[in-house]
Design a protein around this ligand. Structure first.
Ligand code: G1P
Length: 288
């Protein structure tokens, strides 16, 4: 059976973006003209996903409002004859069924994924992190679903990172290449540069098999009291094939101040309605 469900963990506290994220979820911060998480949902829709589960937490109610219909706004735009904006607003709530579950305590990414256990009903599923935007054709998660169909198992999106970035990511070691699937024989969550087995980092897209739930219940919390998804995947080594995949395309992280700003600029430069004026502004700014 192929992948039709996705879980989008969006329950993190977003402390790297404070004070902007004090009462506003980081996934709702605008990137050009839409909240970051909307890009992630659009990627899921374009990849044939028909069931989206968003894991939220305290103070994240605006996420539910964003993906709900806004009848008053639709009526207002219709009365004004603003059909382009009406279509843009309607498309947000159209399409796959969207569900929400609250993670009651911020106990880490692994614990957020565990909240999805009942919903996934023993099927393999995708995980897409709500603050990682991927721009690619075909969409990154569609590339991974295709790989999963030929290589059933856990699939993790990978990207090479510089030495200074290594302690910010889960890092893997690859022992064998099977076409596009890279067989993984070790994973470490946020290692020091010295302890890192390579510079191949886990980035925000995964395909997971249902065994992950028992693994998440079997692992210990880390020093911060958080349950790490990387540790649960490591726990399954030897019983479930674990593949890495270097996706085609670009990834933008909106989880830190600098990358949030650069993502806005890069994505705006991809837009026909903004590119020329923004490029002119940036050139003048740099030449000043
Ligand atoms: C999480 C994962 C980490 C992964 C990263 C990708 O960390 O735990 O393995 O490399 O996402 O963005 P976080 O950035 O949520 O601390």
């Amino acid at each position: 059976m192929s992948i039709s469900k996705v879980v989008i963990p969006a329950a993190g506290l977003g402390t790297r973006l404070l004070p902007a994220t004090k009462s506003q979820p980081k996934e709702m911060l605008p990137v050009v003209d839409r909240p970051a998480i909307q890009y992630v949902v659009e990627e899921a829709k374009a990849s044939g996903i028909d069931d989206i589960l968003i894991i939220t937490g305290r103070g994240k109610r605006t996420l539910e409002d964003h993906f709900d219909r806004s009848i008053e706004l639709e009526r207002h735009l219709e009365a004004k004859g603003d059909m382009a904006k009406l279509a843009a607003v309607r498309s947000i709530s159209d399409g796959p069924a969207t569900y929400f579950i609250r993670q009651k305590e911020p106990k880490g990414l692994g614990h957020a994924v565990l909240c999805a256990e009942k919903h996934m009903a023993d099927q393999s599923f995708a995980v897409m992190l709500g603050d990682d935007i991927f721009v690619s054709e075909p969409p990154a998660i569609a590339q991974m679903i295709e790989l999963y169909n030929n290589n059933p198992g856990i699939i993790i999106a990978l990207q090479e990172v510089s030495d200074s970035q290594i302690p910010l990511y889960g890092i893997v070691s690859v022992c064998k290449k099977q076409g596009k699937a890279l067989l993984i024989d070790d994973l470490v969550e946020k290692p020091s540069l010295k302890a890192a087995p390579s510079n191949l980092a886990i980035v925000g897209r995964y395909i997971l098999t249902p065994e992950i739930f028992d693994a998440l219940k079997s692992i210990e919390a880390d020093k911060k009291g958080e349950f790490q998804l990387t540790d649960a995947i490591r726990y399954l080594m030897g019983s479930v094939p674990i593949y890495g995949y270097k996706f085609t395309g670009c990834r933008y992280d909106v989880g830190s101040k600098l990358t949030y700003l650069t993502t806005n600029i890069e994505l705006a430069l991809m837009r026909d309605d903004l590119r020329d004026d923004l490029r002119k502004f940036l050139t003048e700014l740099i030449n000043d």
